[in-house]
Design a protein around this ligand. Structure first.
Ligand SMILES: Cc1cc2nc3c(=O)[nH]c(=O)nc-3n(C[C@H](O)[C@H](O)[C@H](O)COP(=O)(O)OP(=O)(O)OC[C@H]3O[C@@H](n4cnc5c(N)ncnc54)[C@H](O)[C@@H]3O)c2cc1C
Length: 418
């Protein structure tokens, strides 16, 4: 019997899951349909570089359809809702898709309108976000003409995609203004809801020290209640204010709105609860979740989405074969952190383990928790890897659902040139 697998979302997770399933199952055993609302696949890590003129929006976008292997049906329309009980997906164009297995891969959406004033006066004039191609492009123009004053980078609340990206933005801004010879005229501030620079204590200490060394002010436990674009102020719920001439805001994130219209599928933020190790949705045994769409306590990152790929594909196979699921995903995440001056750090961690020193993925490899040129080259090369290996679903030895322990050392190594 041909199994019908419907994948909602044709971004990082939906594309790699579809391509891996197509390799595993011939077309007469599995019919694969991917649904996405548009045909613009954005390489989102590239958005960080756009404001600094280091890449351009058109260089990081490709058609979605072309990233899918032959034999995968692509539907370009929005998902309206899922009826779990009927095992059906209702699309905005009126089509109804029946499924045997559903994969939710619709990621996270930005909801800037949820923060008072954020999209009001000053939005896209002196209040920006680099989390969208349009925002990153507009910010490039604003930075190019900025000749002094106070820039604040603000995360409104967690969770956000790529929690290190705001820090990378600040490190690159420090470098950018030094290159332009006006760093002494620019004050850089990071206002975060966290109690430190990052979520993981070891990395947080190191990144906090780097902010201090670069003369970047850190304002912690700042829960933004209002963005006053006209007056140039961020106001927190406890009444603190951070003034700015230019604000770079990472808005609140939520799951896709259709999740809220799908009885039993999501939580109050429209993220989809799932078992954190098998990635099976709590809603039904034939529903699986990959990537930012889920509420599992892993980082919302492309690397996590990639590492989840092994587990989700294997568990779909097991589910269809009537076998017990594999608790294969351990929360494995890794992130390159651009630090400017052609250097980057790399961190690697999972649900249980803090970022460790040593090397990745084995005893010989990229240095962990250390600034190096090699890591910067790794970050740049990642775009090629994304289009040509990660999305097509190629197996990469040593990289998968569990964090490798070879090459790691328990104590973090100090920051230094590798
Ligand atoms: C600025 C920035 C920098 C980043 N840097 C890094 C990095 O350095 N390293 C890293 O690992 N990760 C990084 N990320 C995060 C990474 O890009 C995401 O975690 C990853 O893309 C998640 O994949 P996904 O498949 O869950 O979601 P996406 O790739 O976002 O795909 C979701 C898809 O669902 C579709 N969709 C949503 N709703 C509907 C609907 N109703 N109907 C139809 N389709 C719908 C969307 O159009 C989209 O194509 C970064 C993200 C940003 C924004």
């Amino acid at each position: 019997m041909t199994q019908r697998v419907v994948i909602l979302g044709g971004g990082t997770g939906g594309t790699l899951a579809a391509n891996r399933l197509r390799r595993m199952f011939p077309a007469d055993e599995m019919q694969l349909t991917v649904v996405d609302q548009d045909d613009r696949h954005v390489y989102q890590p590239g958005l960080l570089f756009v404001p600094f003129g280091l890449t351009h929006p058109e260089d990081i976008v490709r058609p979605r359809r072309r990233q899918l292997h032959r034999g995968i049906d692509f539907r370009q329309t929005a998902v309206d809702r899922v009826e779990i009980g009927d095992e059906q997906v209702h699309l905005a164009d009126g089509t109804v898709l029946d499924y045997d297995v559903l994969v939710v891969a619709t990621g996270a959406v930005l909801v800037p309108e949820e923060t008072e004033g954020l999209t009001g006066p000053g939005w896209m004039e002196k209040v920006f976000t680099f989390y969208t191609p349009e925002g990153a492009g507009a910010l490039e123009g604003a930075l190019a003409t900025f000749d002094g004053g106070r820039i604040v980078v603000n995360v409104v609340d967690m969770p956000i995609k790529c929690p290190v990206a705001p820090l990378e933005f600040l490190f690159l801004a420090d470098w950018y203004f030094q290159e332009r010879g006006i760093r002494d005229r620019v004050e850089l501030t990071y206002a975060t809801p966290l109690d430190g620079a990052f979520t993981k204590p070891v990395a947080s200490d190191q990144l906090g020290s780097m902010l201090a060394e670069k003369g970047i002010e850190l304002v912690t436990e700042f829960n933004t209640g209002e963005v006053d674009g006209e007056g140039g102020r961020l106001v927190s719920y406890d009444g603190r204010e951070v003034p700015f001439d230019l604000a770079v805001v990472v808005p609140l994130h939520g799951g896709a709105p259709y999740v809220g219209r799908s009885p039993g599928l999501g939580d109050e933020l429209n993220f989809v609860p799932a078992d954190e190790r098998t990635l099976q949705a709590k809603a039904a045994p034939n529903v699986f979740v990959i990537g930012d769409a889920s509420s599992v306590p892993a980082s919302k990152a492309g690397s996590v989405t990639h590492f989840e790929g092994d587990t989700i594909v294997e568990n779909i196979r097991r589910h269809l074969a009537g076998e017990p699921l594999e608790p294969g995903f351990d929360g494995h995440a890794n992130c390159f952190i651009e630090t400017g001056f052609h250097k980057a750090l790399l961190i690697d961690f999972n649900y249980q383990t803090e970022p460790l020193g040593g090397h990745y993925p084995g005893a010989v490899g990229l240095p962990l928790l250390k600034e190096s040129r090699l890591n910067h080259l790794g970050k740049l090369m990642f775009q090629w890897f994304y289009w040509h290996s990660l999305l097509p679903g190629r197996e990469v030895p040593g990289i998968g659902s569990t964090m490798p322990t070879a090459g790691k050392v328990a104590a973090p190594t100090p920051t230094g040139e590798d």
